[in-house]
Design a protein around this ligand. Structure first.
Ligand SMILES: [Zn+2]
Length: 293
């Protein structure tokens, strides 16, 4: 309640400033500047005309079906904002297939490329859309989790290795002390490597899994699927699951007007489409005010 009163006072003060200096954009004018600034391009919302209605339908659906849409604070967006423009991963290797250093590095390369496709969807000519602040979001892998250390065939120390740390279902995990999912307050004081070695998301690769799962904790797809598609332009099941990490919904039982085929409608597209891109941007548009943007 106190915050509301403070905000009302701020609005009144701003109005008073406008009344005192008619014609001057009070919030923007610097001392000694006569020219009015250009409208803030960052706030532009300009989807293609034919996408306006289906985007509104999607957002109305999200608003009416997500139990805590505006209260939830661990979307992929929140994680990147907390890190000031990067994301850290743990790879959960739920498989006994050996991993060479070369395969480890190929997995990182693919992860960067695929995650980067969603990040690129926020850019217009190299500028962040709708006040999105980050034109380049580094994707770091800080740890690998495995049941037996011998499955990982490298000896260098480029990533932290968690061997034999299993979750309740017996799947290897990086230390929960280092995981954002478990420490959404950003306190990683119990993580051996501290905040620098924390992970926001898991790339959870499970032997024999078909399909996938995605959420604020990361993405889970088949180990064989991911390895076999490393060199593909689009690892589309993974891309779909990253969409969930950033809050996007599934479309199992309905389609927005005029939209038959897009990544988040599972099985109907194998890449991020124009419609996916604008749904992604719309999520940020509705979330950004929590960051004063
Ligand atoms: Zn899905």
């Amino acid at each position: 309640m106190r915050k509301h009163i403070a905000r009302l006072l701020a609005v009144l003060a701003a109005l008073a400033a406008l009344i005192a200096a008619p014609g001057l954009p009070a919030a923007f004018a610097a001392p000694g500047t006569a020219a009015a600034p250009a409208p803030a391009a960052a706030a532009v919302w300009n989807p293609p005309t034919n996408l306006v209605q289906p985007l509104n339908e999607v957002w109305n659906h999200v608003e009416s079906t997500y139990p805590n849409l505006y209260g939830f604070r661990n979307y992929g967006w929140d994680q990147i904002m907390a890190n000031r423009g990067s994301v850290n991963y743990c790879v959960r290797w739920e498989s006994d297939a050996p991993v060479s250093a070369a395969l480890r590095d190929r997995i990182h390369t693919a992860l960067k490329k695929q995650f980067g496709k969603w990040m690129s969807a926020m850019l217009d000519n190299g500028t962040g859309h709708n006040a999105w602040p980050y034109t380049n979001v580094p994707v770091n892998i800080v740890g690998w989790a495995v049941k037996n250390r011998s499955t990982l065939q490298w000896t260098d120390s480029s990533v932290d290795i968690y061997a034999g740390n299993l979750d309740g279902g017996g799947a290897p995990q990086c230390s929960p002390d280092c995981g954002r999912f478990f420490h959404q307050d950003g306190n990683y004081s119990r993580c051996p490597g501290g905040a620098a070695r924390h992970y926001d998301q898991s790339l959870w690769l499970t032997k024999g899994l078909s399909g996938g799962f995605g959420g604020d904790w990361g993405q889970r797809v088949g180990q064989e699927y991911f390895v076999n598609t490393l060199d593909q332009e689009n690892i589309h099941i993974f891309l779909h699951e990253v969409g969930h990490t950033f809050g996007l919904d599934d479309f199992y039982d309905w389609s927005p007007t005029g939209q038959c085929c897009f990544l988040m409608k599972a099985g109907s597209a194998a890449q991020i489409t124009e419609f996916d891109k604008w749904m992604f941007r719309d999520f940020w548009r509705h979330l950004k005010s929590r960051y004063g943007l």
